[in-house]
Ligand binder design. Structure first.
Ligand code: SF4
Length: 267
């Protein structure tokens, strides 16, 4: 694999990487020392708010290709943390991702995950690893709405069931490393009822909510800033820890949901 180009954003740096078979993937450096790596070429989940799944799934990355993204970028910048949050869902390439996880841990890196939580058995496995954070994309507790937003992300109830089974057995410190991601989209999953339900589930599970702001990649619209603020205050008033989308996640280069498989070389 080789580095094709580096695109500099306001805050992030996007690394376009070519694999041995000619496919391309992207990794993003953010916060100066954290590398968001891809786990698949394309993504089978095809979330409506994400450019990475637009072309569907091409293939899984090998564990060497996942670790290789770190090896390439760390020659240029010292990396301390890895987020398995780029193109693809880590749980859908679980054997290779787990192998890469242990390799990265042996190099003293902190490794966190972003996932749909599907399939639930693998989520159970992931939660037992010595990870530095797991964020599970819930986005809606209503099966029909979640299916509209994340068409191939399994049944939300079975994901919540695993969390209800596993989390109470964990220490408070470990539970604090787990959060539910909620990206309110205008007119889709932003009702008061939805906000209430997501807050209730997080409170019951003893986990936080990561409130994501949508980087527009299609016709869907983000909620306006006032509504985003109201949702934040509502969930927080329920006694739930809420993390807001950082500026890194909103950057035009490498922001959440903006990575693509097989981008042409720019810059
Ligand atoms: S948000 Fe994640 S799971 Fe959904 S399409 Fe994008 S890369 Fe895949």
């Amino acid at each position: 694999m080789r580095l094709l180009s580096v695109i500099r954003g306001e805050l992030n740096r996007l690394f376009l990487i070519e694999l041995e078979d000619g496919n391309r993937i992207e990794a993003v450096l953010y916060r100066g020392d954290t590398l968001c790596v891809s786990t698949q070429v394309g993504c089978p989940v095809r979330c409506a708010f994400c450019a990475s799944g637009r072309e569907g799934m091409i293939r899984n990355l090998t564990s060497q290709e996942i670790v290789g993204q770190y090896e390439l970028v760390s020659r240029l910048v010292p990396i301390r943390r890895i987020a398995m949050a780029g193109i693809g869902d880590p749980l859908l390439n679980w054997t290779n991702v787990k192998e890469a996880f242990w390799d990265l841990k042996r190099r003293n890196l902190k490794v966190s995950f972003y996932t749909t939580g599907f399939p639930p058995d693998r989520l159970r496995d992931l939660l037992q690893l010595p990870h530095s954070g797991v964020t599970i994309s819930i986005h809606s507790t209503d099966p029909i709405t979640r299916d509209l937003i994340m068409p191939h992300a399994g049944d939300v109830q079975s994901i919540i069931q695993v969390l209800e089974e596993v989390l109470p057995r964990m220490s408070i410190r470990r539970r604090r490393k787990v959060s539910l991601a909620y990206m309110p989209l205008k007119g889709v999953n932003d009702s008061d009822r939805e906000v209430q339900r997501i807050g209730e589930i997080a409170r019951r599970l003893g986990v936080g909510v990561t409130l994501l702001y949508y980087n527009r990649v299609n016709d869907m619209e983000p909620v306006d800033p006032a509504q985003y603020e109201r949702i934040f205050l509502k969930i927080r008033s329920m006694g739930v820890r809420v993390t807001l989308s950082t500026r890194f996640r909103k950057d035009k280069v490498g922001g959440c949901g903006t990575l693509v498989a097989n981008r042409e070389v720019r810059a």
